[in-house]
Design a protein around this ligand. Structure first.
Ligand SMILES: NC(=O)c1ccc[n+]([C@@H]2O[C@H](COP(=O)([O-])OP(=O)(O)OC[C@H]3O[C@@H](n4cnc5c(N)ncnc54)[C@H](OP(=O)(O)O)[C@@H]3O)[C@@H](O)[C@H]2O)c1
Length: 304
């Protein structure tokens, strides 16, 4: 299979590219052209909408496209300018990508497009599945608009919208930042700790993306989460146990609100979703890391 991939330098994209290439597929990265950056692939600039259409056509035809580009949600404070970057790098980039795919002859067979469980908004302990209505707030609106751009391509090809939970990986993402803190014994729950966290291991999110490419019966929204979401308090205890350190602290909500701004703290850390991967469960999907303890043990195990 020949696969076009955006976000190929990222945590998920680089793991997916390695996995696909290891299985004999050909991955063509769609890379943001920035001066001095080396590497192969076709150039695009999601900020301006520029795509090297000639190079894209020459690199095809593609059986599948995976779209994972998007500026980091938790990397910086959500100033108005940053929120624009977060939106443009997802909503705008998807629009640009879909317009470019329309020019390809033949068109690819499937678009696997990124989204997140943030689609559901802050839902407390309510269980949400792919059939649940979208929530409210900046992240929910962002995911809804991001997905809408992918849905607009459904007349052209099969579209799978992958609503990813928090990805657990030693080398990046939230856990990559938390592990050094927990190893110092300074880990703690955030706020009341009763907000739900829908998580998935890196190898499992790669498995879901690969399945979305290969399974012709999969279309529409798919929650890429492990079967058992946990509360922030349970997650905190599990990480502490995995690194054999105490986690007695609690970071009060006002401290997070002061550090990150109220909106970002409430939506990103103090709120959450209890998402069930109903679509995957209904298709007999199997997870390499179905339990949090197992996933954390795999991530924190010494490398050999
Ligand atoms: N990691 C998680 O826990 C998680 C959870 C839910 C959803 N997701 C979503 O899944 C996707 C991939 O996540 P990830 O963890 O692999 O993210 P990541 O490591 O931050 O990488 C994201 C990729 O987005 C591209 N990017 C960064 N800034 C951009 C900008 N301003 N405009 C356009 N593209 C930009 C980069 O692509 P290049 O440099 O390769 O061009 C980068 O490789 C993201 O859309 C993210 O929102 C991730």
């Amino acid at each position: 299979m020949r696969v076009l991939l955006t976000g190929s330098h990222g945590l998920i994209g680089s793991a997916l590219a390695a996995d696909l290439e290891g299985r004999g597929h050909l991955v063509v990265p769609l890379v943001r052209s920035s001066p001095g950056r080396s590497g192969t692939g076709v150039a695009w600039d999601p900020a301006t909408g520029d795509v090297d259409h000639g190079a894209l056509a020459a690199a095809g035809p593609f059986e599948g496209v995976v779209h994972l580009a998007g500026a980091g949600i938790g990397d910086r404070r959500w100033t108005p300018a940053r929120k624009r970057v977060l939106r443009d790098s997802r909503v705008g980039s998807t629009q640009t990508l879909v317009a470019a795919l329309r020019r390809l002859d033949p068109p690819p067979g499937v678009l696997v497009s990124g989204s997140a469980v943030g689609y559901y908004g802050d839902r407390g302990a309510e269980e949400v599945t792919e059939e649940s209505a979208p929530g409210s707030g900046f992240l929910a609106d962002l995911c809804r608009d991001w997905e809408a751009q992918a849905v607009a391509a459904e007349d052209l090809l099969r579209v799978v919208r992958v609503r990813t939970g928090v990805v657990l990986a030693a080398g990046g993402g939230i856990l990559g930042r938390l592990l050094p803190v927990f190893r110092l014994g300074l880990g703690g729950r955030l706020g009341r700790g009763d907000q739900y966290l829908s998580w998935i291991s890196l190898r499992d999110v790669v498995g879901v993306l690969r399945r979305a490419l290969e399974d012709p019966g999969l279309a529409g929204p798919v929650n890429a989460t492990a079967p058992e979401p946990v509360t922030n308090a349970a997650f905190t205890s599990a990480v502490a146990r995995a690194v054999r350190r105490p986690a007695m602290l609690a970071v009060p909500a006002p401290v997070l609100e002061l550090a990150l701004g109220r909106e970002m703290a409430r939506e990103f850390l103090l709120g959450g979703q209890r998402a069930r991967p109903a679509v995957l469960a209904g298709r007999d999907h199997s997870w390499a890391d179905p339990t949090l303890e197992g996933a954390l043990a795999a991530v924190t195990a010494p490398r050999t």
